[in-house]
Design a protein. Structure first.
Length: 285
């Protein structure tokens, strides 16, 4: 048995993106890595459908939006709790759902978490550049109202569910385990202690490029830095506060790199902290 399930954007919500495995290996050419902001939730959705961990999904930020599903197929919703409904019926997250016909999929403002994910069984009919369908290159169109694609599948998967739906939500305040960055020793011991003691708030100006953290730090008088390589998980110390770089961050930066998040799961969890949520840093082993 085979079939097709198409999806059309009626309202993209707070920010919707096509995400997959990104474009690793091209940072030397100035191309960001990409990929899901919360790789744990992306992988959970794909695994329930028997798909590769890095297979194509939709990523939603803060608000789920409205989407028209048509045809026959299976799908999974993970990540933030956005009160997803199909034709008005509340859906369980981390559960394989089946559709045969037309369905209006709607998501509200996130009740818990910040980013949600939709995986649909099959191969997504999207154009890829450098092995990825994500935006980030000039010829890649952003996802907006009217965007549509089809997903073709060959075999259904058995019903599956994961009852531990809260394991992808960060604690409050979220303690981010970090290692010292290249410019960590530019800070005095007193400045280092202050940075580790401070509880920061996630700024509304945060995005997939980076989480901007607001706090009550005094100005740090640090030497100027020639633009140097940065990676997702780098924490840059700017005059306005720290920025935790995300999947679509630039490849070079000119602010001191005071921390580096080395554990992928820790970085993924940080991108589920809600706007206004609390984050602090802790040096790991």
């Amino acid at each position: 048995m085979a079939g097709t399930l198409s999806i059309q954007c009626l309202k993209p919500g707070g920010g919707a993106f096509v995400v997959d495995g990104g474009r690793p290996g091209f940072r030397a050419q100035g191309i960001s890595t990409g990929g899901a902001a919360d790789t744990r939730s992306q992988r959970a959705a794909n695994r329930l459908l028997g798909r590769p961990d890095r297979a194509t999904c939709l990523e939603f930020t803060l608000l789920g939006g409205h989407w028209l599903l048509s045809g026959k197929g299976q799908f999974v919703l993970t990540g933030a709790d956005m009160n997803w409904r199909l034709n008005g019926r509340l859906l369980e997250s981390y559960t394989v759902h089946y559709l045969d016909g037309d369905g209006l999929l709607t998501g509200t403002m996130a009740v818990q978490g910040l980013r949600g994910y939709l995986a649909i069984l099959g191969d997504w009919a999207l154009t890829e550049t450098l092995g990825s369908a994500e935006i980030g290159l000039p010829e890649m169109s952003p996802l907006s109202m009217g965007w549509t694609t089809s997903v073709n599948w060959k075999e259904e998967v058995p019903y599956q569910a994961d009852l531990d739906v809260h394991r992808h939500f960060p604690s409050a305040p979220y303690v981010l385990i970090v290692s010292p960055g290249p410019e960590w020793n530019w800070l005095t011991p007193a400045q280092q202690a202050l940075l580790l003691k401070q509880v920061f708030l996630v700024s509304p100006e945060s995005s997939r490029q980076g989480i901007r953290l607001a706090g009550q730090l005094p100005p740090f008088q640090l030497p100027s830095l020639i633009s140097s390589p940065v990676l997702p998980g780098t924490v840059q110390l700017t005059p306005a506060g720290p920025i935790l770089l995300g999947p679509t961050a630039q490849t070079v930066g000119g602010y001191p790199r005071v921390f580096l998040v080395t554990k992928r799961k820790s970085l993924a969890a940080a991108f589920q902290v809600a706007i206004g949520g609390e984050v602090r840093f802790e040096l790991g082993p």
